[in-house]
Design a binder for this molecule. Structure first.
Ligand code: 5GP
Length: 190
């Protein structure tokens, strides 16, 4: 890792696996100086999502300008079809310089790209108990169109194939157990 005081924690896993809920608990319960890196995206906000909190919701033109300007540590069209997601370099650098443990919740391609730049980053993969459970959760969320849901499912199945490339894998079946396992992995890094 570059010379700094903080740590980088990369969390990947298929859409619908419950990373958000798990991370919220880990943030509240770990007692570690964790900070979430807020990504930029060109996707539209879902009901209840706040700009600057869940994502920086920006237009495609602005995203492209930032991409060409080198503002992203990594960025990808996670589900294909022109929706971009990217990690803002500035978020990560200032978090690390401030001694924080910067958490990136990004897709598998992004995780690999960041790991190449920060070899000491901790790589964690959150997986579902089964593909059926994941399908039910994705469908039950009801925030996506059928087409978008199918794309998410296809990407999810593809992401699961890469689980073996991650240093740590956590099955999010029982939330309490997953929280404990996640925090244990973090404490090992101290
Ligand atoms: P959602 O649209 O459900 O918020 O997120 C979809 C997926 O995009 C998630 O699986 C998440 O890991 C990924 N993602 C979110 N932000 C970034 C980012 O900055 N870079 C990359 N590569 N993936 C991201």
């Amino acid at each position: 890792m570059e010379r700094n005081k903080g740590k980088l924690v990369i969390v990947s896993g298929p859409s619908g696996v419950g990373k958000g809920t798990l991370l919220k608990r880990v943030f509240n319960e770990s007692g570690l100086p964790l900070t979430m890196s807020v990504s930029a995206t060109t996707r539209k906000p879902r009901p209840g999502e706040k700009d600057g909190e869940h994502y920086h919701f920006i237009q495609a033109e602005e995203f492209e300008k930032k991409r060409l300007g080198g503002d992203f540590l990594e960025c990808f069209e996670v589900f294909g079809k022109g929706v971009w997601y990217g990690t803002l370099r500035q978020n990560v650098e200032s978090g690390l310089a401030g001694g924080h443990w910067v958490v990136l919740e990004i897709d598998v391609k992004g995780a690999k790209a960041v790991k190449e730049k920060f070899p000491d980053a901790v790589l964690m993969f959150i997986e579902p108990k089964s593909i059926e459970v994941l399908k039910d959760r994705l469908q039950g969320r009801g925030t996506e169109t059928e087409e978008a849901m199918q794309r998410r499912l296809a990407t999810a199945l593809d992401e699961l194939k890469h689980a073996g490339e991650f240093e740590y894998r956590i099955v999010n079946d029982n939330l309490d157990t997953a929280v404990i396992e996640f925090i244990d992995v973090l404490r090992k890094q101290q």
